[in-house]
Design a protein around this ligand. Structure first.
Ligand code: NDP
Ligand code: MG
Length: 378
């Protein structure tokens, strides 16, 4: 059997390293074409040593890089070149933040399937990305656990879907008061009860903005109206999301919380090989399956994200850019956790929406909003 040729952008991150763990267990099924990291050259060197890619890339030139014969690339051009390379069967987009969008478009244009972890890509330009993917017959395979769950539940029966139920763990502040949230430290926000992820998404999980981004992601991936997307808090994170069909039947995807499963499903689709062995789910031990309404007062960013999604056009672009900058400001000690919301709300309320932006307008607006947001902290 021919090996699937795969490249990973963001190979040094949380999703990237877990993708390589899956591939290591499925060595006979994959050949790694390229690995791209940001600045973690030590880890990239170890990955090169182990997986022998043909192309490697870092965000900036670094003399410590040991390519071992691989072609060395840098920056945005490096990611673009990796994603345009038709040698690939599939590209895993596991970079964080806005850097994911352009390489994803390059891969689509080259007709290469995508395992998409980077949710900002669909939040910023979901209409454009999905339209181009349809035109090019490129598969966008979701890596995000909720979307992987929904994708597995729908299983081709798109026309019979009534409603999507996206589950949320609730994050570290689920049972805290609004005052606790206002006093929260960076350390508390980074202490997620269920998942070990990159810092940006961990903060988004603490504010529930992550769920808001996921609602918009689901709208685009599954062409579902916002009225038919519900968020329900499920602290145990066993039910990874569910789909209600037109006949009233609900199908959900259950398992121990592990990103290996959705990553493996995306890169192996439509197969389900014996790959990395995740502990079997034990219903009796699990015992408790709780479900709660999300608290929109404590977590107002979730509401704002629903609003931005429904408004459409550049509303999600504005929200996403302001949020990303505010999250970095919080991580750098410049603002408090709750100020992420007040910042995003302020920038969002000043924004004049463009209804159907093209990709250049999206990038220009993204940059403009980031500058405006950063000015609030200087
Ligand atoms: P991490 O912060 O752990 O990893 C981000 C990766 O992107 C790293 O490899 C980093 O490189 C790389 N990177 C950052 N900036 C650049 C750049 N300018 N050029 C090239 N590479 C760059 O994030 P996660 O793995 O947690 O998340 C990745 C994406 O997946 C996000 O969009 C997130 O929302 C999404 N996601 C993550 C989940 C998770 O469980 N972690 C679950 C669902 C979705 P380096 O570290 O070398 O600087
Ligand atoms: Mg998720």
């Amino acid at each position: 059997m021919n090996k699937k040729k795969i490249s990973i952008i963001g190979s040094t991150g949380s999703i990237g390293t877990q993708t390589l763990e899956v591939i290591e267990k499925l060595k006979d099924k994959f050949e790694i074409i390229s690995l791209a990291g940001g600045s973690n050259v030590e880890l990239l060197n170890k990955q090169i040593e182990k997986f022998h890619p043909k192309y490697v890339s870092l965000a900036n030139k670094d003399e410590r890089l040991q390519p071992q014969g691989a072609k060395v690339l840098y920056g945005k051009d490096g990611l673009d070149e990796i994603c345009s390379n038709k040698e690939n069967d599939i590209i895993v987009v596991a970079v964080s933040g806005r850097v994911g969008l352009e390489p994803t478009l390059k891969a689509i244009d080259a007709g290469i399937d995508i395992a998409l972890a980077n949710k900002e890509t669909l939040v910023m330009a979901g209409d454009i990305v999905m339209k181009r993917a349809r035109e090019k017959k490129v598969k966008i395979l979701p890596v995000d656990s909720e979307h992987s769950a929904i994708f597995q539940c729908i299983n081709g029966h798109d026309d019979k879907v009534e409603r999507l139920i996206i589950t949320a763990s609730g994050g570290p502040f689920l049972h805290k008061t609004i005052d606790d949230i206002k006093q929260a430290t960076v350390e508390e926000a980074l202490h997620h009860p269920r998942w070990n992820m990159g810092k940006k998404i961990t903060v988004d999980s603490a504010t529930l903005m992550n769920k808001g981004l996921e609602v918009i992601e689901a709208h685009h991936l599954f062409s579902m109206d916002y009225e038919n997307i519900n968020v329900v808090v499920h602290p145990q994170s066993y039910l990874h999301s569910a789909v209600e069909f037109k006949d009233g039947s609900i199908i959900g995807q259950i398992g121990v919380p592990s990103m290996h499963i959705p990553i493996q499903y995306a890169i192996c689709y439509p197969e389900r090989p014996h790959g990395i062995k995740t502990r079997s789910f034990n219903f009796v031990e699990a015992a408790k399956f709780e479900f709660l309404e999300p608290d929109f007062v404590k977590f107002p960013l979730l509401n704002l994200a629903f609003n931005a999604g429904k408004t459409g056009g550049t509303a999600p672009v504005c929200m996403n850019a302001a949020n990303e900058e505010a999250v970095y400001a919080f991580l750098n000690g410049k603002i408090r956790l709750y100020d992420i919301y007040t910042t995003v709300e302020k920038i969002y309320n000043q924004h004049n929406i463009i209804k159907s932006p093209n990709i250049d307008e999206i990038f220009a607006l993204d940059e403009e909003i980031r500058i405006k947001t950063r000015e609030l902290f200087s």
